[in-house]
Ligand binder design. Structure first.
Ligand code: F6P
Ligand code: MG
Length: 496
């Protein structure tokens, strides 16, 4: 929705410098935490919630500075569009959108109470208003849990447009700024994936394992460059974050603090030995990250590790750069028909075109399916997926493996609360691991916010040391986790 090059609105800081000293104290997160499951609800997560009023926390910096900056950029962008418009009816309609964005800015900066969402015919209105009525009556932007308040802001931003007659949202584009990495991958993978026939079965499997590990990392690190944090980055900085290739990836594996890559390989290998299965991706960001996801998904299909991939995106713009249907179609079409990369050679452009054509063919054959359930754009965490979106839970339970991409999905899996870093992933994701029929889950996430779990038995120590030596390690995107949950696949799904 926002243009990355737009200037911040006057009064909003262009850069946020943080010291993360004031999160819920380490002493407070031992007993009596975690809460027993029956006492957990959206206002009372299993461990203490992060809330905007925790000064010096990332929650505070986001609610106080980042969100107003992002909203200010969206207003500037929309105003530019207004200035280019000529039809009176459309102008009047867009002015009303800008006024509603202005009201949201007033509410956000004045820390207003959270009001219900207006009925704009979206499928999620009832879910939003039920949650507000049950758990957030009288709560404001700063004292509601950060996760909910932040999601609510994006829903209100959508409402500013969804009640209008003519206007929908704007595209934002991280793809064209990633050209080096785009062609590095397209040149390597334009031709269908093939392992030399001359290798022994063991060597073939080993080659495949290495490729799987490399591409899982490509898919993981594609998440480090989401637009909401990229606003101030130069092309050089983006390039170094996105570089791919064996040596680089061996070095970056050291930054995967909770690392279940080998368990993941064993799982997909087993899938192929049985029937070859359905793999789902709960997508995160458009542009370069989506491209990396697709390169990975292509490999999973070609190597027979999966027979079908289902991609889950958002119904409307969400957290600045998350994938919508429009972004999905744009990516595939621009690869085949686009003229985005003026400096690229013919060979490079041809490699991108071939890749795009193959992916479009997968769609036609039903090997790739794009979906958009309304639940993904709500303020609920995934602890509530089973109860609030039973149809979606049932649908996912039929998948052989579900990848959750990115920071926000990870926050939602783990209830975005101050759990100790040594908390096992399966415990942190509660019902998504423990409910009958829960699918196998992998979370591929570069760490860009406070919650960190799954670092193993000495995880608390690792986190404490990093707190001392690298303040800001939880928001830089330099570190990551690849965490895996066995779930309870195959068991009959039950609802209360
Ligand atoms: O603003 C909060 C946040 O969730 C950050 O943690 C992160 O920078 C961004 O929004 C979204 O990240 P991702 O696109 O990886 O979910
Ligand atoms: Mg995102």
């Amino acid at each position: 929705m926002t243009s990355p090059n737009a200037k911040p609105p006057s009064g909003a800081p262009s850069r946020v410098t943080l010291s993360l000293g004031h999160l819920p104290s380490k002493k407070d997160i031992r007993a009596p935490w975690p809460r027993t499951p029956t006492r957990v609800d959206p206002n009372n997560p299993p461990w203490p919630a992060y809330r905007g009023y925790h000064e010096y926390s990332f929650a505070h910096a986001t609610m106080q500075s980042r969100l107003p900056t992002i909203l200010g950029k969206a207003i500037e962008d929309t105003t530019r569009t207004l200035n280019e418009e000529s039809s009176e009816e459309r102008i009047v309609d867009l002015v009303a959108c800008i006024d509603r964005m202005g009201e949201l800015m007033t509410d956000l900066s004045g820390n207003a109470k959270l009001r219900p969402i207006i009925d704009d015919n979206e499928a999620d209105v009832a879910l939003w208003n039920k949650e507000i009525a049950k758990y957030f009556q009288g709560k404001d932007f700063m004292n509601a849990p950060w996760l909910f308040a932040e999601a609510y802001k994006y829903r209100r931003l959508h409402e500013a447009f969804s009640v209008s007659r003519y206007w929908h949202d704007y595209d934002c584009d991280t793809f064209s700024r990633s050209s080096d990495a785009v062609f590095e991958l397209s040149m390597r993978f334009a031709e269908p994936f093939k392992i030399s026939e001359d290798l022994s079965p063991e060597d073939r499997l080993e080659a495949e394992r290495l490729m799987f590990l490399e591409l899982t990392q490509v898919c993981l690190w594609g998440n480090s460059t989401d637009l909401s944090l990229l606003i101030n980055m130069t092309e050089e900085q983006i390039k170094s974050l996105q570089s791919t290739g064996g040596d680089h990836l061996a070095a970056t594996e050291k930054n995967i603090l909770g690392n279940h890559l080998n368990r993941l390989w064993d799982t997909v290998k087993e899938l192929r030995e049985k029937t070859g299965g359905r793999i789902d991706f709960i997508l995160d960001n458009a542009g370069f990250e989506l491209y990396c996801d697709c390169v990975y998904a292509d490999f999973l299909l070609q190597s027979g590790l999966a027979t079908q991939i289902r991609f889950h995106g958002k119904r409307y713009p969400w957290f600045v750069s998350d994938v919508t249907k429009k972004d999905w179609e744009w990516l595939l079409n621009t690869m085949v028909y686009g003229q985005l990369f003026s400096k690229a050679s013919d060979i490079e452009l041809e490699s991108l075109r071939r890749l795009g054509q193959r992916w479009k063919q997968y769609e036609k054959e039903g090997k790739w399916v794009y979906e958009q359930h309304p639940f993904w754009c709500t303020g609920y965490t995934f602890w509530e997926l089973h109860s609030e979106a039973p149809d979606l839970f049932l649908h996912l339970s039929r998948s052989d493996l579900v990848y959750f991409k990115g920071d926000l999905n990870h926050r939602k899996l783990t209830y975005d609360c101050a759990a100790p870093a040594s908390t096992p992933f399966e415990m942190a994701i509660g019902p998504m691991a423990s409910s009958a029929g829960a699918p196998k889950i992998a979370s591929l996430r570069t760490i860009k916010s406070d919650v960190v779990v799954g670092l193993g038995d000495d995880g608390d120590l690792v986190a404490e040391n990093l707190d001392k030596t690298e303040p800001g390690w939880k928001i830089s995107g330099k570190y990551a986790v690849v965490l895996f949950s066995e779930g309870r696949p195959g068991e009959k799904v039950r609802f209360a």
